[in-house]
Ligand binder design. Structure first.
Ligand code: NAP
Ligand code: MG
Length: 528
């Protein structure tokens, strides 16, 4: 993006973009706002598909604003999408990988061309501030390109193996990675672009055909990705886009025997259910699960406290605490506890809350009524059990009245055995603890079912100790840009350990694409 200025948007660089970035965003936002309330179909086998029942996509910052009308896909729609993908598999899987790479690169270019419109939709649909929203879209284009690059770097994953020493014969052995078939991508609301598009590109470039189902809170963003794939010229049926309820349409997709593999990104509970349901089949099918987090930051007595304070508040409250990588727990060594907590409270109180499309706003609303209620219940529980240092309340005055706005919340004095130290709240609430040593902090940090991201502030030697001992897939030390958030493809491949992820290999990383393929050995013998 913005190649003319030399600026590259990532989650680490996004805090101070050039001025033209704002102008483009505002122009695109005006165009998008002039086109609200339209009906959008599903795309099955290259055709628009409308169903009897519809649902509304509303803006969480202003629930009176209907963004679009979407299809409540049925079980039949799920079956039809799978059938269309199955039919397209033969040709697509036999298309030379270089041609698939070229098409996915073309789709990435279309994402770049449409980035401001897509960013405006993400901002309206998710409630993301404008830089976060544009980041989600830019990340998607980079994930597309990373998948293409990975295919090229590995020469299509075709490897000559050794030749058996057979007198009188010439043996050639070749290892090839081949696609599985119909691949299902089910994505969450919080990064609707990158977490639909990233797995979709990986599945497609490796030769699988695709059915994608976005979260019901964010169907529009995923539709725009589908349009980039369509406009890039992918053949009919190679990608299919369906919308509708997780427990109805989503469940029907999971239960279908013609689905060869799945990438699910979302909550632990739904992910584990999918894992179990998906296992009820004639053989084991690949299941890529990217699940929740309960991401800790540990702060040593030797830390730069200004870096720690800014990094922690950014990661705690960016996207209203609704990142899987959000920093939701902080363990601080006693000698610096009071000083750091004071800085954290000051920074938190300065964060501007409001309409997320506004350039000065850092925090938008939470995603829906259910999250809004969760926040209130957690705040009440934490008020009883600990000390709310700042926040703890929903915001209802003036412009806040029409959306799901809540105050970013810091909590101290919560007993270390309290359940909310281990539960992913997924709202802007972070709990702070005073610890006597780094060893105590590490023991607490690892004592959860999750292991997604983690952050540390201290000396370089302590940082090495942190990397060795922390149980998490993405770890950062001394990062003011974000204690636990802000991974970018090619720089920080993203994935979780333990209850945070199934494969132990990170998305946007060197080991990712092979997850979408199965190995076949070709042995050919010729008589000499
Ligand atoms: P969610 O409630 O688990 O939903 C995720 C997706 O699953 C949605 O598309 C949902 O559809 C669908 N779904 C629900 N029940 C289903 C079923 N029985 N069968 C098939 N699909 C079903 O998650 P969310 O609230 O959207 O997202 C937040 C969660 O995602 C958090 O836990 C967060 O940590 C996690 N997350 C993880 C990562 C990562 O990379 N590890 C990244 C981002 C988010 P409906 O919307 O229609 O219900
Ligand atoms: Mg949900």
């Amino acid at each position: 993006m913005a190649a003319d200025t030399g600026f590259k948007l990532t989650y680490a660089t996004m805090f101070n973009p050039p001025e033209e970035f704002h102008t483009h965003f505002e122009e695109a936002l005006a165009r998008v706002k002039a086109n609200l309330g339209k009906e959008h179909g599903m795309i099955i086998g290259g055709r628009e598909r409308y169903s009897a029942e519809k649902f509304e996509d509303r803006n969480p910052a202003n629930t009176e604003m209907v963004l679009g009308i979407f299809q409540k896909g049925s079980v039949q729609d799920a079956h039809d999408a799978i059938a269309a993908a199955k039919k397209a598999f033969r040709d697509w899987s036999r298309t030379p990988w270089q041609e698939r790479v070229a098409l996915i690169r073309k789709a990435a270019d279309l994402i770049d061309q449409r980035i401001y419109e897509m960013g405006a939709v993400v901002s309206l649909e998710v409630g993301k501030n404008r830089t976060e929203a544009l980041g989600d879209v830019a990340e998607t284009a980079d994930l597309f390109r990373y998948a293409c690059q990975s295919m090229e770097d590995h020469h299509g994953f075709i490897v000559e193996m050794g030749r058996d020493p057979l007198p009188g014969f010439l043996a050639t052995n070749t290892s090839v990675l081949r696609p599985y078939g119909v691949w299902l991508v089910i994505s969450p609301f919080n990064f609707p672009c990158a977490l639909t598009g990233g797995p979709a590109a990986a599945a497609l470039v490796t030769g699988n055909t695709l059915v994608m189902k976005p979260a019901s809170d964010t169907p529009w963003t995923a539709r725009l990705i589908a349009e980039c794939l369509r406009d890039a010229g992918l053949p009919d049926g190679v990608f299919n886009y369906v919308t509708g309820g997780g427990s109805t349409l989503g469940q029907a997709l999971i239960e279908h025997p013609d689905v060869a593999g799945v990438t699910f990104t979302g909550s632990y509970d739904v992910g584990m259910k999918i894992y179990r349901d998906f296992a009820r089949s004639a053989w084991v099918r690949p299941t890529i699960l990217e699940l929740g987090g309960k991401n800790p930051a540990i702060v040593s007595r030797h830390a730069n406290l200004d870096d720690a304070a800014i990094g922690i508040t950014r990661s705690a409250f960016g996207l209203q605490g609704q990142k899987c990588s959000a920093c939701s727990r902080v363990y601080i060594e006693a000698p610096v506890y009071d000083e750091l907590v004071e800085k954290l409270v000051t920074l938190t109180q300065k964060m501007k809350i409001g309409d997320p499309t506004d350039r000065s706003v850092y925090l938008g609303p939470v995603i829906n009524q259910s999250s809004y209620r969760d926040y209130q219940n957690f705040a009440e529980e934490l008020h009883q059990a600990g000390t709310i240092l700042t926040g703890g309340k929903v915001l209802t005055e003036g412009e806040f009245a029409r959306g799901y706005f809540v105050a970013p919340t810091l909590v101290a004095d919560l007993p270390l055995n309290h359940r909310l130290w281990k539960h992913e709240m997924f709202v802007p609430i972070t709990t702070l603890a005073r610890v006597q040593s780094l060893d105590e902090a590490m023991q607490l940090a690892n004592d959860v079912n999750y292991g997604l991201t983690a952050g540390f502030y201290g000396t370089p030697e302590e940082a090495q100790w942190f990397f060795e001992n922390i149980e998490a897939g993405v770890t950062y030390a001394n990062r003011p840009q974000g204690a636990t958030t802000g991974a970018w493809p090619g720089f920080q491949p993203f994935g979780g350990w333990k209850g945070s992820g199934a494969t132990g290999k990170n998305a946007g990383g060197v080991y990712y694409l092979p997850l979408y393929m199965r190995e076949q050995i070709h042995t050919l013998i010729q008589r000499l």
